[in-house]
Write a protein that binds this ligand. Structure first.
Ligand code: AMP
Ligand code: MG
Length: 689
C-alpha cells in the first residue's frame, strides 16, 4: 500500500501579485506522483491559490487519490499563544479564530492592524513586531527597540532548524509572520470545505485522505540553479523527493509529537533519525597545487566524498531481481526449518555400532511435506523420503541402497554415525540471521535464499538514474547524413548501453553543440531528471571546452588531471546538486574513464558500495615500454592462456575497443613489460558488462 498517491508542495507568500507579470514572491505549487514531478504552477495571489487547491483536492478525491500537501509556513505559534487568544491549547482553534478575524482580498488585508490589536491586548510591546506599512499602527513596533514578548520567541522546532524565522516578525526579508496570519485562515477554510477528509500534521492522526503538513524547503535545499526562480525550483524539488520516499521513510519523518506548537517535517526530533545531508558542492575539491593525481588517489578521494543518493521502496520478491538491497535481509525462518533427511532411506535413533543390524520397521512413513505424526520407538526404523521432517525418535538415516528389506524389518551393516544423512535445522541459515547484506545487487540465487528463509518483501533502492549527453559541433546522429568535418556520435550509444548493463537507468539527453547557453539548459534538464550526469567531450581547458567552463562558472568544478592513459583531464563538478562526470570526447578515453572512474562512483551512489573490478594475472603475449608515473590501460584479450593487446594505442581507434574483451592494467611505476611477464587483465565482465 502507498500512503499517498499525490504530493504537492506549496510555497506560500505574505504578499499578493496584482500586476500583469509573474513575481518571484507570489505563490508556487508543484505536484508529483510516482516519483515524477509536473511543472511548477504559478498562482498570483492567495485567492487564486485557494481556488486552485480546492479544485485540486476535489479532482484528486474524485480519482480516489490520497493527497499529501506541504505548506511552507508554521502551523502554530510558540507555546501559550493559542491558549491566550482562544482559551484552549488547540492550534486548530487558533486557525478558526484567525479565519474569523483576518480580512484578505487580492488588494488589501488587515494583518498589521490585527497584530497591533493583539499586541495591545498584551501591553502593546509584543509579541508581534515590524509594521511593514507606511502608516503607524497602535501597539505594533516598527523595530525591535522596546519590544517585549510575553511568549517564547521561537517554537522548539525553530531552535533546531537553523536559519528559520520566527512567526512574530511580520515583515522584512525572509519573514514568515505575514504568511502564517494569511495562510492559516485559508487552511482552515479548506479543512472545513473538505470536512472530515483532511488531517493536519502533527496535531491529528493522518488517517484521512488529505494531509496538510508543514515543510520548510530551505531546511534541505540551497539556492536554485542559474536561471530558475528559487521558489518554483524548491517546490518542484520538495514534491519530487516526497513522492520518491517509501512509506516507511515518510512515516519515519512524520513520527513526531508536537501537539501544541507543531513541527517542521524533516527536522529530527530524536538524533537517531537524522537524514544524511545532500552531496556538498565542494565534493570534488582536490588538494591545491597537485599537478597530476595518481589514479588510486583520485579513486580514494571519490570513494571518500560520495555517498548513496537513492531512496528506497519496498518490493515483493520477483520485483527485487537486479535491485540493490537498502537494508539487511533478516531470515524469518531457519533453512532448513526443521531437521530432515537428505536421502531416501530409513530413519532411526543413532549411532549404530559396527556389525550387522536388524531393525523392525514401524508402520507408516515420512515424506517431504507429509510428516510422520507419531514417535518412532527406540530400536525401530521408519521409511523416510528426501526432504521429509525427521519424526520424534529419528536422528539418523541410512540410504535405501544400503539396506535389505524383509517383511516388517530392515537389515544393514553398521557403523552409522549419529546424524548421518540428515540435515540439521538451521545448518544453512538460522532464523534471525542476516541472510543478505544491504548494498547487495539481488541475483537469482538470492531470490532462492530469500524465499527459503520466508522473506517475501524487501526494501530496495530506487535505481540510480544516469543522464548521458554528448557535446561537440562536429557530431551528427548515427543514421543522419554527415557532411565534411562531421562525425557520428559514437559515445552516446556506447555510454547509454554501458549504464544499462551496469544496472542503472540511462536517461538519454541527446547531443548539444558547442554552445554555452544550450549546454547550460541541457545540464539543467539533465540534473532535473537524473541523479548523476555523464557528458562526453568539451572537458579539457580549450576554447570549445564548455563543459569544464560551465562547471567552473557554477563554482563547483574541479579539473582532475589524473595520471592516466588514455584519459586527459576529467572534469568533475556539481550542477544543481547533481554530480557531473565530464568525460573526454575520445571514445577510447571515454570508455576507460567510465569503467575506471565513473563506475565505482555510480555503484557507490546507487547504494552498492564502492565496486573494485576483479582482475587476473596472466602472462603477457606482448612487449611494451612505458613512462613511469602514470597508470595505463590497454585494450586486451586472452588467447591461448596469454594476454594480447590491440596493435595501436591511438585513443580514437574505436575498432580496438570492439576487438578487446577487457583491459590490461599497467601499474604506475612499471617501465618495461616483456613477453611472459605477468600482467593484470580485467575482463569487461568484471566491470559488470
Ligand atoms: P573533445 O574532448 O571535445 O576535445 O573531443 C576529443 C575528440 O573526441 C575529438 O576528436 C572529438 O571529435 C571526439 N569526440 C567527441 N565527442 C565524440 C562522440 N560523441 N563520438 C565520437 N567522437 C567524439
Ligand atoms: Mg569537442
Amino acid at each position: 500500500m502507498t500512503l499517498f498517491q499525490s504530493f504537492v508542495m506549496v510555497d506560500w507568500s505574505g504578499g499578493n501579485d496584482t500586476g500583469p507579470r509573474p513575481r518571484k514572491d507570489a505563490i508556487w505549487v508543484c505536484v508529483a506522483r510516482n516519483g515524477q514531478s509536473e511543472d511548477p504552477v504559478y498562482l498570483r495571489n492567495r485567492k487564486v491559490a485557494e481556488d486552485w487547491l480546492s479544485r485540486f483536492i476535489r479532482t484528486e478525491r474524485a480519482a480516489d487519490r490520497r493527497v499529501f500537501i506541504g505548506f511552507d509556513f508554521p502551523f502554530s505559534y510558540p507555546s501559550g499563544f493559542a491558549k491566550a487568544i482562544t482559551g484552549t491549547d488547540d492550534p486548530l482553534a487558533l486557525w478558526e479564530w484567525l479565519e474569523a478575524h483576518i480580512e484578505d482580498t487580492p488588494t488589501t488585508n488587515n494583518r498589521f492592524d490585527l497584530a497591533g490589536q493583539i499586541n495591545t491586548q498584551f501591553g502593546g510591546k509584543g509579541p508581534f513586531w515590524m509594521n511593514g506599512l507606511r502608516r503607524d499602527i497602535d501597539g505594533l513596533p516598527r523595530t525591535k527597540a522596546g519590544y517585549q514578548n510575553p511568549f517564547p520567541d521561537r517554537r522548539k522546532v525553530e531552535d533546531l532548524a537553523r536559519g528559520s524565522f520566527t512567526c512574530w516578525q511580520l515583515a522584512g526579508a525572509g519573514a514568515v509572520g505575514g504568511q502564517v496570519m494569511m495562510g492559516l485562515p485559508v487552511l482552515h477554510r479548506l479543512r472545513n470545505l473538505f470536512d472530515g477528509q483532511v488531517s493536519v500534521w502533527p496535531f491529528e492522526q493522518l488517517d484521512k485522505p488529505v494531509a496538510f503538513v508543514e515543510i520548510w524547503p530551505s531546511l534541505t535545499l540551497g539556492g536554485a540553479p542559474e536561471g530558475r526562480i528559487k521558489d518554483a525550483w524548491q517546490v518542484e524539488q520538495v514534491a519530487l523527493s516526497l513522492s520518491q520516499l517509501t512509506d516507511q521513510e515518510l512515516m519515519g519523518q512524520l513520527d513526531v509529537s508536537a501537539a501544541e506548537e507543531g513541527w517542521i517535517l524533516g527536522v529530527p526530533q530524536d538524533k537517531s533519525k537524522i537524514v544524511p545531508p545532500p552531496l556538498r558542492n565542494d565534493c570534488f575539491a582536490l588538494p591545491a597545487g597537485v599537478a597530476w593525481t595518481p589514479v588510486d588517489e583520485a579513486l580514494a578521494l571519490l570513494q571518500d566524498r560520495l555517498r548513496p543518493v537513492t531512496s528506497s521502496q519496498p518490493v515483493s520478491l520477483p520485483q527485487a531481481m537486479g535491485r540493490i538491497l537498502a537494508a539487511d535481509v533478516i531470515a524469518h525462518r531457519s533453512n532448513p526449518p526443521q531437521p530432515n533427511t537428505a536421502v531416501d532411506g530409513y530413519g532411526f535413533a543413532g549411532p549404530i555400532p559396527e556389525g550387522t543390524c536388524v531393525m523392525p520397521l514401524a508402520p507408516g512413513r515420512s515424506a517431504a511435506g507429509i510428516p510422520f505424526a507419531g514417535e518412532v520407538p527406540a530400536g525401530s526404523a521408519l521409511r523416510v523420503l528426501t526432504g521429509a521432517a525427521l519424526p520424534k525418535g529419528v536422528d539418523t538415516v541410512i540410504l535405501e541402497e544400503d539396506v535389505t528389506v524383509q517383511v516388517g524389518q530392515i537389515a544393514f551393516h553398521g557403523p552409522m554415525k549419529h546424524g548421518a544423512n540428515t540435515r540439521r535445522a538451521g545448518e544453512d541459515v538460522v532464523e534471525g540471521d542476516v541472510a543478505l547484506r544491504a548494498g547487495r545487487k539481488v541475483t537469482p540465487a538470492d531470490l532462492a535464499l530469500m524465499s527459503a528463509v520466508g522473506v517475501s518483501d524487501v526494501l530496495v533502492r530506487h535505481p540510480l538514474r544516469v543522464a548521458v549527453l554528448s557535446t561537440g559541433d562536429e557530431l551528427v546522429e548515427p543514421g543522419a547524413s554527415a557532411g565534411p568535418g562531421q562525425i557520428f556520435d559514437a559515445n552516446r550509444p556506447m555510454l547509454l548501453s554501458l549504464i544499462d548493463r551496469m544496472g542503472f537507468i540511462p536517461v538519454d539527453m541527446g547531443r548539444v553543440s558547442d554552445d554555452r547557453d544550450q549546454l547550460r539548459a541541457r545540464l539543467d534538464q539533465a540534473a532535473g531528471q537524473a541523479d548523476v550526469v555523464l557528458t562526453s567531450g568539451g572537458a579539457s581547458a580549450g576554447d570549445e571546452d564548455h563543459v569544464s567552463a560551465l562547471l567552473r562558472q557554477a563554482g563547483a568544478m574541479q579539473e582532475w588531471r589524473i595520471a592516466l592513459k588514455p584519459g586527459r583531464p576529467l572534469a568533475l563538478g556539481m550542477w544543481s546538486g547533481k554530480p557531473v562526470f565530464g568525460l573526454p570526447g575520445n571514445p577510447v578515453a571515454a570508455l576507460v574513464c567510465t569503467l575506471i572512474f565513473a563506475r565505482p562512483a555510480l555503484c557507490l551512489m546507487s547504494g552498492q558500495g564502492w565496486a573494485k573490478p576483479q582482475g587476473f594475472d596472466v602472462p603477457a603475449a606482448f612487449e611494451k615500454r612505458k613512462k613511469p608515473g602514470r597508470r595505463e590501460y590497454l585494450r586486451a584479450r586472452i588467447r591461448a592462456g596469454q594476454v594480447e593487446v590491440f596493435h595501436s594505442e591511438g585513443s580514437g581507434r574505436i575498432s580496438g575497443l570492439s576487438w578487446a574483451e577487457g583491459l590490461v592494467e599497467i601499474e604506475d611505476g612499471e617501465r618495461h613489460i616483456k613477453p611472459g611477464d605477468l600482467v593484470r587483465f580485467i575482463p569487461y565482465g568484471s566491470f559488470g558488462l
